[in-house]
Write a protein that binds this ligand. Structure first.
Ligand SMILES: Cc1cc2nc3c(=O)[nH]c(=O)nc-3n(C[C@H](O)[C@H](O)[C@H](O)COP(=O)(O)O)c2cc1C
Length: 288
């Protein structure tokens, strides 16, 4: 009986988050300063259950796990005020980084909808300690992790400086990210119509070093996602931060479109357009 009640509660909270995803996306920011208050065990369990049930468009499972900075010897010079971390692992292979980006971002948004903070970590950490604590198999990787905790009322000086360095409050203009019919013509907000809000939410997405490598081409009822790689951002083995960014963009688009009642489905079928400096990732078909 209690189990059933708990399950229903969890579903209700999950549904609430999905309906209000636009507000959550608008309010989310990277949180690197925490106030030391512990997250209690039932809430930790609720978060982990939600996370491990997320499905991405590639159907590649991501497994989440709690880590403890003291127990596992984790260090992250930009984070203060929490020892609680969560890592995610996924099987290496085609689309693994994009799939990871989608799933981990849905988890990040869920965490924020509960009033907690988190920040994507892919670089500023002793990666090998995190990977060891995740007990990776030879065919698995842990692309990123995040601290979790209650948000401090004041940002640390280091966090303030870091936000300034990457211009964390800024995003590229709408017209530079979204295109209409071909990459020669920018998409105007007026023409975006019902896609305006899903695209605005893509624009607010977090990305590694705030590089925003997502470019989107709208053609009739199809929304094609491309990666425009930033200089110096290749991949190290299977790990590709900008592919993760693309998964985050897909997540923001799909969750917002669905919250707005649009019927969208994901496919990978490149339109007959070749652009030398961009890589095709996937498309959403918007049904009337
Ligand atoms: C894939 C990925 C990796 C990131 N790695 C780090 C990191 O190692 N350290 C860090 O402090 N922030 C990291 N970030 C956070 C970005 O710097 C941040 O999302 C961006 O500056 C925008 O700021 P906002 O999240 O507050 O909107 C990462 C973000 C993403 C998406």
């Amino acid at each position: 009986m209690l189990e059933r009640f708990k399950m229903e509660e969890r579903m209700k909270r999950g549904n609430f988050f999905m309906r209000n995803v636009v507000e959550v996306i608008k309010q989310r920011r990277s949180v690197r300063s925490y106030d030391s208050k512990l997250v209690d065990e039932p809430l930790k369990e609720q978060i982990l259950n939600y996370a491990n049930a997320i499905v991405n468009p590639f159907n590649i499972p991501v497994t989440f796990q709690y880590l403890d900075a003291k127990r596992d010897g984790l260090t992250c010079p930009v984070v203060v005020g929490t020892d609680l971390y969560v890592g995610g692992k996924i099987k290496k292979g085609k689309d693994a980084c994009v799939a990871f980006g989608y799933t981990f971002e849905q988890f990040i948004l869920y965490v924020h909808s509960l009033g907690l903070g988190s920040v994507w970590l892919g670089g500023t950490m002793n990666r090998s300690a995190y990977e060891k604590a995740m007990h990776l198999k030879a065919d698995e990787m842990m692309p990123c992790a995040t601290p979790i905790g209650y948000i401090a009322s004041k940002m640390s000086v280091r966090e303030t400086m870091m936000r300034k360095a990457v211009k964390a409050n800024e995003r590229l203009p709408f017209e530079e990210l979204f295109y209409d019919g071909s990459f020669d013509t920018s998409l105007s907000k007026a023409k975006a119509n019902t896609l305006l809000e899903p695209l605005e939410m893509v624009r607010l997405a977090p990305s590694a070093v705030n590089k925003q490598p997502w470019r989107v081409l709208v053609q009739d009822h199809q929304v094609h996602f491309y990666l425009k790689r930033s200089k110096g951002f290749g991949h190290e083995g299977s790990l590709d931060m900008q592919m993760i960014d693309l998964g985050i963009a897909l997540c923001h688009f799909e969750l917002t479109a669905k919250a707005k009642g649009l019927n969208v489905s994901f496919i990978q079928q490149a339109p007959g357009i070749t652009v030398s400096d961009m890589e095709y990732i996937g498309s959403y078909i918007v049904k009337a």
